[in-house]
Design a protein around this ligand. Structure first.
Ligand code: UGA
Length: 476
């Protein structure tokens, strides 16, 4: 089928490439002229695993092209709107880009169009879209509007697109629902050439859930807000663990074994970031407020998240005493691993707070430094993690990139000024850090001091060693 995708951000590019991969003929438009030129010349405006290869291969096969919004509107029987919906100052989603696309479709579509919202939008946006299309339509065409929320995670978006758990569509007309089912057929039956796996892992076929438009729109906001709530919940449990001397990893494990709770999204850390959760929680609060529903539960979720960075700054301040003039190394800037995205990344707020206190910050991230430079020009960016750690009073581990798991502890020991690690993601092995002479602070777990700080009886269990280290810490 001929499909159009408007907007070449993470969602739009993955959607366009994914549809082309499963056999559709896709036209993807982008309004930023530099980005469009880059894509047309075979470049990539963002880093996302597998995406570049898929785009190259479907372009070679002639199933994906890039161009203007006008040409995209003329091309596809179905038009997927994947433009940004950034937050306004009051927390509402800014829908001006969606409105602009609707106006262009109304003016230029040469025949029936199924208009599909993929961007995350407030409930009832579909109804507004349909109204807008008929008000501005000059061509007396019939339109259908449907919602098709995306559940793509940055870093695994190609895999999420091709092997989803569910495909949700919200459509108020059978024609729209049938078209969407047909478009997704190869994914529903898992019948396509997979660009990621030579043999795809065994899993259940995706579930196709068809609802009305309003419900589908709500499913997206409710899902993201629920996941954000899980993260804030475990972060509060982590705070409690730090005070009472419990281990949040064990608590999360014990909770997650209950299938009603589940273990995913119970990893405590420096808070959720990225362009989805922070803005979607805010927007959902506003939607509820405007509908007269008190969703103060979500306000707490947001508040807990906003306090995460300060919690870590406090830990660092307590340990370093004076921050002014001290060199700190930040490992990881992206809001999560396997992406170069720093939008609403906790690293940005953390680095700003450290700079405000007079610290000198060096940073390393495998992919996100170019994007971080535009918002944090004061930072000294380094080509590898040990250069960032040179002379540092503390190494702050902010994003859980795999390469940080392979630390060369001996090398790190020789370059730092002080052997102190603050692991904001609980990704390192505490006993390994301690055995290499590091003071190790993490989230919701007792701090661990270098094992040689005080003699511990030979043959003591690891628990005894940890308890002993905690005791040493308390006595200081
Ligand atoms: C999220 C959702 O997971 C996707 O389903 C959704 O499609 C997407 O938003 C969207 O609305 O477009 P994404 O923002 O890419 O995807 O990233 P996540 O993997 O959900 O992580 C979000 C944030 O939560 C990250 O900062 C991550 O570090 C943090 N997080 C995640 C935790 O702190 N703890 C966890 O246990 C999980």
């Amino acid at each position: 089928m001929k499909l159009s995708v408007i907007g070449a951000g993470y969602v739009g590019l993955t959607t366009a490439a994914g549809f082309a991969q499963i056999g559709h003929e896709v036209f993807c438009s982008e309004s930023d002229p530099d980005k469009l030129a880059k894509l047309q010349n075979g470049g990539m405006p963002l880093f996302e695993p597998h995406l570049e290869n898929v785009i190259k291969s479907v372009r070679r096969a002639g199933r994906l092209r890039f161009g203007s919004t006008e040409d995209a509107i003329a091309w596809g029987d179905a038009i997927f709107i994947c433009v940004g919906t950034p937050p306004l100052a009051n927390g509402d989603a800014d829908l001006s880009a969606i409105e602009g696309v609707a106006r262009a479709i109304a003016k230029r579509a040469p025949g029936y169009r199924l208009v599909v919202e993929k961007s995350t939008v407030p409930v009832q946006t579909g109804a507004q879209l349909l109204k807008h299309l008929s008000v501005h339509g000059t061509n007396r065409l019939k339109y259908d509007v449907a919602s098709n929320p995306e559940f793509l995670r940055e870093g695994t978006s190609v895999e999420d697109f091709l092997h989803p758990d569910r495909i949700v569509i919200g459509a108020d007309s059978p024609r729209a629902a049938d078209l969407l089912r047909e478009i997704y057929e190869p994914i529903l039956k898992q019948k396509f050439t997979c660009p990621i796996h030579s043999i795809c892992p065994k899993r259940n076929d995706p579930i196709f859930l068809a609802t009305d438009t309003n419900s589908a729109e709500l499913i997206k906001h409710a899902s993201n807000s629920f996941l954000a709530m899980k993260i804030s919940f475990i972060n509060m449990v982590a705070n409690l663990c730090e005070v009472v001397g419990a281990d949040v990893t064990k608590v999360a494990q014990g909770m997650g074994l209950d299938p009603r709770i589940g273990s995913s999204f119970l990893n405590p850390g420096i808070g959720f970031g990225g362009f989805c959760f922070p803005k979607d929680v805010q927007a959902f609060i506003r939607i509820a407020e405007k509908s007269g529903c008190d969703f103060s539960l979500l306000k707490e979720v947001e508040k807990i998240n906003q306090r995460r960075v300060e919690h870590f700054v406090e830990k660092i301040r307590t340990e370093l005493w004076v921050m002014r003039g001290k060199k700190l190394a930040v490992w990881g800037l992206a809001f999560k691993p396997n992406t170069d995205d720093v939008r609403f990344a906790p690293s940005l707020a953390l680095v700003k707070a450290l700079l405000d206190e007079g610290a000198i910050v060096s940073a390393y991230d495998p992919e996100a430094m170019e994007k971080a430079k535009t918002v944090l020009p004061e930072v000294n960016y380094c080509a590898e993690p040990y250069a960032a750690a040179q002379g540092a009073e503390a190494v702050l581990l902010v994003t859980e990139w795999d390469e940080f798991r392979q630390i060369d502890w001996d090398r790190l020991s020789t370059v730092v000024e002080r052997q102190l690690i603050v692991d904001c993601r609980n990704m390192l092995d505490a006993s390994e850090a301690a055995s290499h002479g590091f003071h190790y602070f993490s989230v919701g777990r007792p701090p661990v001091l270098p094992v040689q700080t005080e003699p511990i009886p030979i043959g003591a269990s690891s628990l005894a060693r940890t308890e002993s280290a905690v005791e040493n810490y308390r006595r200081r």
